[in-house]
Design a protein around this ligand. Structure first.
Ligand code: CA2
Length: 146
């Protein structure tokens, strides 16, 4: 059966391509889903992309991924910097986790420099724009093949 990568997005990322293009670019989450699906298909994988503004929903999706996903790519948005609940949920997931940030969080305000999710992630991609998602899918393919 085809392995699926769950691509989870946190608060406000539904606005991608619609607000603040100087920071986050012009591509939408639908564009991201298409790019990631194309890269995944090259490796015989599939993707499911979701976005929620609610921390508990993301925790529920991570728990669901335990049963249904081979890997997680996650951009938790601002919850990156605050959510022990998302870290705890990720710690129960057994496959690879790659953390993505569209902007370079290390070039921004100091409160964005710390990530709880990085304590669990196999890899972190930041500052590569929305291309970071497809790079993360490529990395997951390598890790799943190994
Ligand atoms: O750079 C990233 O991907 C972030 O995870 C984005 C979060 C921010 O809080 C993190 O520090 C870094 C913010 C997501 C807001 O997304 C928007 C997208 C387009 C327009 C407005 C907001």
């Amino acid at each position: 059966m085809t392995k699926t990568i769950h691509i989870l997005n946190g608060p406000n990322l539904n606005l991608l391509g619609k607000r603040q293009p100087e920071i986050y670019g012009h591509a939408t989450l639908e564009d991201v889903a298409k790019d990631c699906a194309a890269v995944a298909a090259d490796f015989g994988l599939s993707v499911e992309l979701r976005q929620s503004n609610h921390e508990g929903q993301i925790v529920d999706w991570i728990q669901e991924a335990r049963e249904r996903a081979a890997a997680i790519v996650i951009n938790p948005g601002a919850l990156t910097h605050t959510s022990v609940a998302i870290l705890d949920a990720l710690n129960t997931f057994e496959g690879p986790v790659i953390e993505v940030h569209i902007s370079n969080i290390h070039k921004r305000e100091s409160f964005r420099h710390h990530s709880y999710v990085s304590l669990r992630a196999e890899g972190v991609i930041a500052g590569c724009g929305v291309e970071g998602y497809a790079l993360a899918v490529r990395r997951v393919a390598t890790l799943l093949a190994g």
